[in-house]
Design a protein around this ligand. Structure first.
Ligand SMILES: NC(=O)c1ccc[n+]([C@@H]2O[C@H](COP(=O)([O-])OP(=O)(O)OC[C@H]3O[C@@H](n4cnc5c(N)ncnc54)[C@H](OP(=O)(O)O)[C@@H]3O)[C@@H](O)[C@H]2O)c1
Length: 312
C-alpha cells in the first residue's frame, strides 16, 4: 500500500487502518472478549495495517491499554497510533472538556496506558461548549512541540468549528462520520479541507456492518439486538441499501472478491479521504479487510458505486 501523509505533519501511514472501538470498548459494546481484541490488533499489524484508531472513550482507557500490550512486540515506527480525548470523568459524570490542561493531562495519561512515548495523531474527540477552539488546538500544538504528539486532529467538528479550530493553521486531520450512505461532508467540509491542506478520515465506513455484504434483504434482527431498533437496519432504508449493494456484486465477481472489499476499495480510491479505519470484532475479520488493499477499481467502477449510493 502506498503511504499517505496526514495534513501538513510528518506522519505517514498505509491508508488502510483499523478502528478499535471493539478492542476493550466495554462501555460501548456488550460481551467483548479482551483476548479477541488483542488478537485483532496483532493480526492487523502482522498483515501490514499500521494506523490504529483508538480513544480514551473506548473502554475508558481499556482500548489504549490493550493496544499498548500488543504494540510492544512491533517496531514502534511501524505502528501509527491515532488517539482521542475529550470525555472528562473526573467529577463522576462524563462531560466534554477541551480545556488545555485537560487535554495535556489526557495525552500524558494515554501515553502511560499505551506504554509509549509519543502518539502519532491526537484528536480532540468532540468539541466542548466553552473552550475557544483555537486555545484547545493551541494546547495540542504545545504537545507537538514537546514531542508527545506528531499530528493534530479534531473529530465531530462542524465546518464552522473546524475553521475556528484551524485559525492558526495547526490542524492536520478531521475525523467525522462519512460513508457511502452518509455523504453530508462532501459539499461543504471537503472543499475547505482541501484548501487548508487538512486530511479527512471517515468513521463508520462499514456502517457498523451494514455495508459488508453479509446481510440480505431478508435479514432480520432479534428483539434486544440494537439493530432491530435502528432505522438503518430495518424498513425501507435497509431494503434500499441492500438493493444498492446488489449493484456491487458483479464488480465483486469481476475482482474475485466480496462486496466488503469493493466497499473498502471505493474508500481507498476516494481522493477526499486520507485513510479508512474499518472496525473489526475479531482477528478472523482482518484478512477480509486487508484483501481490499489489493483491489484496484476502474474509473467506471468507482463512478458506478459513487452514483448508485448518491441516490440512496
Ligand atoms: N471519532 C469518532 O467519534 C468515532 C465514532 C465512531 C467510530 N469511530 C472509529 O471508527 C471505527 C469504525 O467504526 P465502527 O467500528 O464502529 O464501524 P464500521 O467500521 O462501520 O463497521 C465495523 C463492523 O463491520 C463488520 N466487519 C468488519 N470486518 C468484517 C469482515 N471481514 N467480515 C464481516 N464483517 C466485518 C463488523 O461487524 P460485526 O460487529 O457485526 O461483526 C464490525 O464490527 C471505530 O472502530 C472507531 O475507531 C470514531
Amino acid at each position: 500500500m502506498d503511504k499517505i501523509k496526514i495534513g501538513k505533519s510528518q506522519v505517514e501511514t498505509a491508508p488502510l487502518g483499523l478502528g478499535t472501538n471493539k478492542v476493550g470498548g466495554h462501555n460501548l459494546f456488550p460481551n467483548l472478549s479482551e483476548s479477541d481484541g488483542r488478537e485483532t490488533v496483532r493480526a492487523a499489524l502482522e498483515s501490514g495495517i499500521q494506523l490504529l484508531d483508538t480513544a480514551f472513550m473506548y473502554g475508558k482507557g481499556r482500548s489504549e491499554e490493550l493496544i499498548g500490550e500488543v504494540i510492544v512486540d512491533f517496531p514502534r515506527d511501524q505502528v501509527i497510533i491515532a488517539d482521542k480525548a475529550a470525555h472528562d470523568i473526573s467529577s463522576g459524570e462524563m462531560v466534554l472538556n477541551n480545556e488545555p490542561q485537560f487535554l495535556k493531562k489526557s495525552v500524558d495519561d494515554a501515553l502511560e496506558r499505551l506504554k509509549t512515548d509519543y502518539i502519532d495523531i491526537f484528536y480532540i474527540h468532540f468539541p466542548d461548549e466553552k473552550t475557544p477552539k483555537s486555545e484547545a488546538v493551541g494546547a495540542l500544538q504545545e504537545l507537538r512541540k514537546a514531542g508527545k504528539i506528531r499530528a493534530i486532529g479534531i473529530s465531530n467538528f462542524t465546518l464552522e468549528q473546524t475553521k475556528e479550530a484551524n485559525q492558526d493553521g495547526y490542524v492536520d486531520v478531521v475525523e467525522n462520520y462519512y460513508s457511502l450512505i452518509h455523504r453530508d461532508e462532501e459539499e461543504k467540509l471537503f472543499p475547505y479541507l482541501k484548501d487548508a491542506h487538512i486530511s479527512f478520515v471517515p468513521y463508520f465506513p462499514l456502517e457498523s456492518g451494514l455495508l459488508t455484504g453479509k446481510y440480505t434483504k431478508d435479514s432480520t434482527f432479534a428483539e434486544g439486538d440494537p439493530r432491530s431498533k435502528s432505522e438503518k437496519f430495518t424498513g425501507e432504508a435497509f431494503q434500499k441499501t441492500m438493493a444498492t449493494l446488489d449493484n456491487l456484486r458483479p464488480i465483486a465477481q469481476r475482482h474475485h472478491v466480496d462486496v466488503l472489499q469493493i466497499v473498502l476499495a471505493w474508500y481507498l480510491a476516494n481522493p477526499n479521504l486520507a485513510a479508512v479505519i474499518p472496525g473489526a470484532r475479531n482477528a478472523g475479520q482482518i484478512p477480509g479487510i486487508v484483501q481490499s488493499a489489493g483491489v484496484k477499481l476502474s474509473k467506471d467502477e468507482y463512478d458506478l458505486i459513487d452514483q448508485s449510493f448518491s441516490a440512496v
